[in-house]
Each structure stands twice: as structure tokens, then as C-alpha cells.
Design a protein around this ligand. Structure first.
Ligand code: SF4
Length: 422
């Protein structure tokens, strides 16, 4: 089966899934409408009975109530008919989508591709095959969006993608997208670094501004996000970057469905939730008739050490924050960071002369909502002050992150490679 057939099959599976989801939603809406109509009919009968049992002098009030109940019943009945028509339409659409999928699948493989579980299994198999052929996937794509935070994982992902794209002769398809959360959220120089990292491979770079950043979002909502309501990522990063999809697809000017690949540097080793993600997946939320969007995690299987080994071996420029042994280049105060990392972030702010810790502490007090359920930023600052009193200010040297991960011997070699690459 060639790559075009695989992609057509994925699109047929996506359409079938979408049609089945629409049918399920229509079924539910019909059930709700039917119940509402039945309740309205019962209410109407009750008022009819009341009116019949009421002396003539009290008729007016009951007549009005009956009229209102009859109107509600009529509305509900109309809604029920509309919902029923929609069920018929969506059933027909789901059958047609499954027939289309079966017709495409049968010439290439044994067994069925339809039915929920079977569809998922076929899609998973196809996606695994595609993920194992990066050059073909890059050649087949119309545009490749590489989401870069400028952090270590983005850096290694970018290096791999740029190398593959150069081998495939497709570097012009890549757009490096960086969501800039601004200097009240991020460490200094992050946006500039993301741009330099893209420049190294001659790739197009677009920075998307997330107005107000994390601080602005918290001011607006009056509360900090948390792991279960991670609005910061969706509002400040994902939704902003998704707007670009429409712009990029329109600029392609294709008269067929575009294949867009969204690349993210997440890794299984980072968390249980991330370990459950697939190397390649259909983005059903942003795909539509005009674009099939695949989400690709090209470094999903790498460990922390492997990431640092690649950075060292290739002389890739990472952000100095890592040298202060802060493990992620996230927001300065990330709501997902552990207590000790936050303490270190406060100390790094003080060492760099950034007034952010005090600003967040003031915000926390003003809105009356703790930075994290387990600890307030005031607690974090208190602990940072205690450590500073014992140990003095935080210090670090360029290459400390490499030293910490790979040992002393790797540092000189890395700094040499970095200088050569500059
Ligand atoms: S880095 Fe942390 S705080 Fe910042 S947007 Fe991401 S999850 Fe939210």
C-alpha cells in the first residue's frame, strides 16, 4: 500500500468517525426532544383536566396556563420532528461514510475496516506505519508546522525534522511556530532563541503573541490554572497556533484537501498522560474537508538523557535557564512545576534581577487564589529566601546542564561544537 492510499484511508476513517459521532449526537438530541415533548403533553393534559374541573368564574387563569402548556407542547413537538429528521440524515451519512471506507479498504487488506473498534485498529496500524517513514511523510505533506517553545525537546525535534526535511528536499514546507507568552510569563530571550534555532536550518519562523500571557490570563479569570483546568496551554498556545492553520491552508491555494502535519516535542517519559499519546495521530478537532491534520510527536520515545546527548553531539543551542538546573523551559512560574523547581525559579529571578516573583505574589494576594492548591507562591518565596540565607545567591556556568546530565567530559566538547555551529 503506498503512502497516498494510506493517507486516503486515514481520511476515510476520519470521515466515518465524524459521521458516527454526528449520528450519536443526533440520537441523543432526539431522545431529549422526545422526553421534553412527552413531559409537555402530560402538562397539557393536566391543565386540560384542571380547566374541566374548575368553576366558570376561575376559568381565565387556568385557560391561560393551558394555552401556555399547549404552546410549549407545540414547540417541543416541532423540535422532536427536526431532531428525528436529523437522525435520518446522520444515519444515511454514517452509512455512506462507512461504505466509502469499506470500498477503499477492501482492495488492499483482508477483513473489515468499519465498526468502531476495527476502525481504530486500522487507523492505529496506518499511523504507526507512517510514523516509521518520516521522509515519505514529509514529502507527502503540504505544510509542516513545528511548534517550538525553544526548550530542549523542541530543539531536538526541530533538529530531527530539519535534517529529514533537508534529506527529502522539502525544507520550504516547514514553518516553525513559537507562541510568545511575553516577559511577564517567560524567561528572557526565549523568543529570540526560538528564532535563532529556526535560523540555523534556514527555516521560516512565525511568533504568535499570546496577549497578556499567563499573568494576563490569571488577571482576567481571577484564578490560576491547574493540571485539570489547563486553560493556559489551550488559550495561550494551542488556540492561537490553530488560527495559523487556516491561514496556511488558504495560502496553499489547493483545489484538494491539504495534508498538514503539526509537530510537537512531547515525550512519553514526561508524564503518564504523555506516555499514552501516539507517535502520530489524526487531529480530529482541526481536520475538516479542506485539511487533514496529523499530529506528529517525532521524539516521543526519547529519554531525558537521549535528548541531552543529541543536544551535546550536535552542538545545539539551549536556553541558559537549563544551566541553573531548571528542568523545563516553561513559564517562569509554571502551574505544573514542583515545589523545588519553583523555589529555584524564584532564586533565578533574583539572580537575574527580574521582579516576577514579587509580581506574582502580589497578584496571588490580590485575587485571593493560591498559585497551586498545594502551595502558595508566598510559601515558595519564603523557602527561596531561607535557602539564599544559608547558601547565598544562585550561581551557574554555561554548560552546567550538560555537566549535570552527561558529566564533566561532555561540556568542553559541547561548547566547542556550539561555537563551530554559531
Ligand atoms: S508552561 Fe505551565 S503555566 Fe505556562 S502555559 Fe504551559 S502549563 Fe501553563
Amino acid at each position: 500500500m503506498n503512502i497516498t492510499t494510506r493517507l486516503h484511508l486515514l481520511e476515510a476513517i476520519r470521515r466515518a468517525e465524524q459521521a458516527v459521532t454526528a449520528r450519536t449526537a443526533a440520537d441523543r438530541a432526539y431522545t431529549r426532544a422526545t422526553k421534553a415533548a412527552a413531559d409537555a403533553l402530560t402538562e397539557t393534559r393536566r391543565h386540560q383536566q384542571q380547566l374541566a374541573d374548575t368553576p366558570d368564574s376561575d376559568h381565565t387563569q387556568h385557560a391561560e396556563a393551558l394555552e401556555a402548556a399547549q404552546k410549549t407542547y407545540a414547540d417541543c413537538s416541532r423540535r422532536q420532528q427536526t431532531a428525528k429528521a436529523k437522525v435520518r440524515r446522520t444515519v444515511a451519512a454514517a452509512r455512506a461514510a462507512n461504505r466509502g471506507l469499506a470500498a477503499l479498504y477492501t482492495p488492499h487488506a483482508r477483513g473489515r475496516a468499519t465498526g468502531g473498534q476495527r476502525r481504530h485498529a486500522v487507523a492505529a496500524g496506518l499511523l504507526d506505519e507512517l510514523a516509521s517513514m518520516p521522509l515519505e511523510l514529509i514529502r507527502a505533506a503540504d505544510a509542516i508546522l513545528v511548534h517550538s517553545s525553544a526548550g530542549k525537546d523542541s530543539l531536538v525535534m526541530l533538529h530531527r525534522l530539519a535534517t529529514w526535511a533537508a534529506q527529502a528536499g522539502c525544507k520550504d514546507k516547514i514553518v516553525v511556530v513559537h507562541c510568545d507568552l511575553g516577559d511577564t510569563s517567560e524567561w528572557p530571550g526565549v523568543r529570540q532563541l526560538a528564532e535563532r534555532q529556526a535560523d540555523r536550518y534556514g527555516l521560516r519562523f512565525i511568533a504568535v503573541d499570546a496577549d497578556g500571557g499567563l499573568l494576563g490570563l490569571v488577571e482576567k479569570r481571577g484564578m490560576f490554572p491547574d493540571a485539570t483546568r489547563r486553560l493556559c496551554t489551550s488559550t495561550l498556545k494551542r488556540d492561537k497556533a490553530n488560527v495559523l492553520l487556516t491561514v496556511i491552508v488558504a495560502a496553499l491555494g489547493l483545489d484538494r484537501q491539504a495534508l498538514i502535519i503539526n509537530c510537537l516535542g512531547i515525550r512519553a517519559a514526561e508524564s503518564t498522560a504523555r506516555s499514552r499519546k501516539r507517535g502520530l495521530a489524526i487531529d480530529t478537532r482541526t481536520s475538516n474537508g479542506k485539511r487533514l491534520v496529523l499530529t506528529w510527536h517525532p521524539i516521543h520515545a526519547l529519554s531525558d538523557t537521549e535528548v541531552w546527548q543529541e543536544i551535546a553531539a550536535e552542538g545545539l543551542e539551549y536556553h541558559p535557564t537549563y544551566d541553573a538546573l531548571i528542568p523545563r523551559l516553561s513559564c517562569v512560574f509554571c502551574v505544573l512545576a514542583g515545589f523545588s523547581v519553583l523555589v529555584r525559579a524564584v532564586r533565578l529571578c533574583w539572580a537575574l534581577g527580574l521582579p516576577l516573583a514579587e509580581r506574582y505574589e502580589e497578584l496571588e494576594a490580590r485575587i485571593g487564589h493560591r498559585f497551586k492548591e498545594q502551595c502558595s507562591l508566598a510559601d515558595v518565596i519564603k523557602e527561596a529566601a531561607r535557602i539564599e540565607a544559608e547558601e547565598g545567591p544562585l550561581t551557574w556556568r554555561r554548560g552546567d546542564a550538560i555537566r549535570d546530565q552527561l558529566g564533566d567530559d561532555a561540556v568542553d566538547d559541547y561548547l566547542h561544537r556550539l561555537a563551530l555551529a554559531a
